[in-house]
Design a protein around this ligand. Sequence first.
Ligand code: IMP
Length: 182
Amino acid sequence: MDTATFNKRIKRVVITEEEIRAKIKEVGKQLSKEYDGKPLLVVSILKGAFVFMADMTRELSVPHEIDFMIASSYYEGTVSSGVVNIKLDLAHTDISNFHVLILEDIVDTGRTLKDVVHLLKGRKPLSIKVVTLLDKPDRRLVEFNPDISLFTIPDYFVIGYGLDCGEFFRNLPYIAEYNTEI
Ligand code: IMP
């Protein structure tokens, strides 16, 4: 993609760097209190959550380990097959001694996280919680609600801060609306 096209695709900034930073600090404090004294494993779903993961873990003042997954769900129409396609599984083979905190970039239909949570619950962690940077509740196709969402947005496609369109735009330091009109 050439730079002129790249720039034209960024329609407008929806959430600024400063707004993201402030919210992550606030939630980071809340989570640090909640997990104080508990064995914590922070898991992020790649690739979209990599920036959020990097910023959020640095706002956690309590000791914790990190791990990554690449996962997507198989669906027939709106019905989940209940099977998660794991392209990369956790490096931790045993999570039964951890409180698991999943960091996700965006909850859209809810399919991915519903299935990932189901899968990880089966591995018997001490607890499991989902924190998403963005939530698009209008798009939900399955029953799933994150425990914490930093920002709720209407139904439009967003890019930046880890989120992509065709693998580009992850590097934008803010969340922007994607311009579909060009
Ligand atoms: P879900 O399983 O439908 O909830 O979708 C989860 C994945 O779809 C997210 O982790 C994103 O990678 C992708 N996704 C959904 N909405 C957007 C968006 O507006 N921008 C970029 N990626 C999105």
